[in-house]
Design a protein around this ligand. Structure first.
Ligand SMILES: [Zn+2]
Length: 487
């Protein structure tokens, strides 16, 4: 019997172990999509205790606790931090086979050198020892990023955000670039005229541009796109149920804008046309600046109206939706490609039924200009677990080129989520290792090791075109013909 979570966790063959330990393990992390707080990084925040860094804002854990019968007051409510932790510790033994069980213990090991299993008996000791460590400067958030070998972070930011914290970090010379990503979901959300017009007010305030027409609206948003670029942004991101690929004319969109700006509700057709137009404009700006555009598709959000009303969004009431993806996506990408304005793109689906769809869709628009111009992104949110990752990696191998894959993102709000990269890398190495051992792949460890390193790091760096110095040099890095590559 193998030991739980030992150094060869998830690595079920000698070759998998070699691939992981010799090639993957020490590669730096490029986290090109997450939801970390730029303010906390800028201030080099220190968390007071283990509950605050680990349970606050973590809807994955809250969902598990609720499923385990824990009252809401221990999840998002007014119980003390220790009481909340106790309930989490009571829940953990019931999370067997859920990724939370692995993540919990990986995070305790990697950040805090705690090798015990978390349960009600060990809770007090673990809480106290981790909390004591969190008080030290070694556990400030910048040091946590350094500890995890993070090389670059992209946060997720609304066009009206001031980016003051990104600017501060640029100025104070923090060696890990923390770059904004342009996420204009609110600028497309015309379902509620009141909310949309409040957003317009914010946009007017931040740009000092009076908005009375669709052209003004676009001008103000483009102004923010330019500003984001000036702060180092080269990535956009969209969280959508589906891609809207309706036909629209300029005058139609002008009329729709005037209607919603005047406080009137739009019908479904008008909403879809407006969103389709906005997506094309955003995509063209991304193309003009050489940015990468990302689309997170298929979440059905805020399904429990009673709980969303009392706790707000992003508190754990979202699920996988069954929105049609193929047609809108094809029309949207084709419109851009036809006008030679298709930026580098990453598509993420939340519904696993769309896996093959996404992998084949990406292939339609790869034009040979760069390797993997249109990417099918890593298993995301509910699919960010062992089976979800294996399924995504296998389908990508079957239909696309896994060797050109830009790899894993954390997509997390927590500074303790970086072991998810380790988890991904172990699964990746296990897949390759197993197929070398059973003769499905040649025993060319240098080439396969290089491909593993590319997926862990180099593909993302090259795809986003980030110039990063101070890269890991102690990692064995070889080319196909066995020569050392120097960078
Ligand atoms: Zn995200």
């Amino acid at each position: 019997m193998k030991k739980f979570l030992d150094e060869n966790f998830l690595l079920n063959s000698k070759t998998a172990q070699r691939l992981y330990h010799e090639f993957a393990k020490d590669m730096q992390i490029i986290d090109f999509h997450c939801h970390l707080s730029p303010a906390q990084i800028a201030m080099d925040h220190r968390f007071e205790n283990l509950t605050q860094i680990w349970l606050y804002g973590d809807h994955y854990k809250w969902r598990a606790m609720r499923t385990n019968g824990v009252d809401e007051s221990y999840c998002t409510g007014d119980k003390s931090d220790w009481e909340k932790f106790q309930k989490w510790a009571e829940t953990v033994p019931y999370t067997l086979r859920n990724p939370l069980y692995h993540w919990t213990h990986l995070e305790l090991q990697r950040y805090f050198d705690v090798n015990e299993i978390l349960n009600p008996d060990t809770a007090k000791k673990i809480y106290n020892s981790c909390t004591a460590k969190l008080q030290t400067s070694e556990y400030s958030v910048r040091n946590l990023l350094r500890r995890m070998n993070v090389r670059l972070v992209c946060t997720t930011d609304d066009p009206v955000d001031s980016l003051e914290y990104h600017l501060k970090m640029k100025q104070d010379g923090f060696e890990i670039p923390v770059l904004p990503a342009f996420r204009p979901d609110n600028a497309m959300n015309v379902a509620d005229p009141v909310i949309f017009n409040l957003y317009i007010k914010k946009l007017e305030a931040v740009t000092q541009i009076a908005i009375s027409s669709f052209d003004d609206f676009l001008f103000a948003l483009q102004n923010r796109h330019d500003f984001f670029a000036s702060v180092g942004c080269s990535v956009s991101d969209h969280g959508l149920e589906e891609i809207y690929g309706e036909d629209f004319t300029g005058s139609e969109v002008d009329t729709i804008f005037n209607k919603v700006h005047g406080g009137k509700m739009l019908n479904q057709v008008e909403q879809r046309k407006f969103k389709s137009a906005m997506l094309v404009h955003f995509a063209e700006w991304d193309w003009e600046k050489g940015w990468v555009q990302q689309f997170h598709l298929g979440a059905m959000r805020n399904n429990n109206s009673r709980m969303v009303q009392s706790l707000g969004q992003d508190t754990g009431w979202d699920s996988i939706g069954d929105f049609p993806q193929a047609k809108g996506l094809a029309r949207f990408l084709d419109k851009l490609d036809s006008n030679n304005k298709l930026a580098k793109t990453i598509l993420y689906n939340l519904n696993p039924a769309d896996n093959e769809l996404m992998a084949t869709m990406a292939g339609n628009f790869n034009d040979g200009s760069i390797p993997g111009k249109i990417q099918w992104g890593s298993a995301w949110w509910f699919l960010d677990q062992k089976n979800g990752m294996i399924s995504q990696l296998n389908t990508l191998s079957d239909i696309g080129l896994i060797s050109r894959f830009v790899g894993m993102i954390t997509d997390s709000r927590s500074f303790l989520s970086y072991p998810r990269h380790e988890y991904f890398r172990r699964i990746l190495c296990n897949l390759f290792g197993e197929e070398i051992e059973n003769g499905e792949l040649p025993n060319d460890i240098d080439w396969v090791g290089k491909v593993v390193q590319d997926i862990c790091y180099h593909n993302a760096r090259n795809f986003f075109n980030w110039k990063l110095s101070r890269e890991t040099t102690n990692v064995k890095r070889q080319t196909a013909n066995g020569k050392r590559e120097t960078e």
